[in-house]
Design a protein around this ligand. Sequence first.
Ligand code: RAM
Length: 357
Amino acid sequence: MRQRIRYGVTAAALAGVMLAASACGGTTRGEDDGSGGGSGGSGEADPDAEIPEDLAISFLPKQLNNPYFTVADNGGKEAVDELGGEFKEVGPSEANASSQVSYINTLSQQGSDVIATAANDPNAVCGALNQARQAGSVVVTFDSDADPKCRDLFINQATSEDLATVQVEMIAEQIGGEGEIAFLSATPNATNQNAWLKLMEEELATDEYSDIEVVDTVYGNDDDQKSFNEMQGLLQTHPDLAGVVSPTTVGLAAAARYLGSSDYKGEVALTGLGTPNQMREYVKNDTVEEFALWDPADLGYLAAYAGASQAAGRITGEKGQTFEAGRLGEYEIGADGEIVLGPPTVFNKDNIDDYDF
Ligand code: RAM
């Protein structure tokens, strides 16, 4: 077990740090020599603070064995290696609402300096995350946020509005602007998918899309077999279905597998968010025309740099602060501690072979 780093500061300064920390519900570990010092989200940032070499930076994805998170966490490892820290990846095998709680508790007990996690539920993880913060961890959510009260920073893959718009535009185009569509989502509690679903429904309710009707939303729970079965169920339940949007890499790949070997191939459009490596064969065999994603490795990489920067005191989570994220360059913190990676990429036959993740 890793020993917690103690603040090497005077009693008066320490009292100040603790006051600031208790006001915002979190503290971070500082450096032994007192040159860096931790910050709890409201203290002064020191952009020149050294990032300590031995930071323990742990990744806790929604679930292990999801290729998307394997790539994201490996991006995190790349950053941690560059920073000379200790990387760890732990996580549940299923993306249930409360499946991450015991992992958060263990990481906190082990003295992880940074916990980078994609929340399966915005609230179920809250108590454990806040306990970890009180014990000194910086909590960075990436991919899927927790309640902002329970984390320091959120690394969003793109703005939720951009992700909703790109998926609505793709499905509208692929079904010729009219017909019934359905959503095949991840888990019912996922913060990220729920945000995108809400915005997609709002966009589809505007005049521009008045000829498109959303007839169903089903949940594959980011489980391959359940997603496959749910796709089959959608097609059987709605004989007039023109298209399906699956805003999850697990759901989209499973749905494409079902669609590609069914009589619906070429009749029903399928799009959403997927990894190029999982979707390549379905794009090449004309099951799927176009889908979108960001680079998951960049997302993990940015999460690690952001967490390390906050643990070092370079940033405190305030809007407008900036930090260097290695090969990705400089990023700025937005409202509510949110940092946006960048716009999504659309993949189709023309460009899919340019990507390998
Ligand atoms: C799945 C997960 C993840 C989501 C991607 C698009 O891998 O649900 O949270 O961001 O799909």
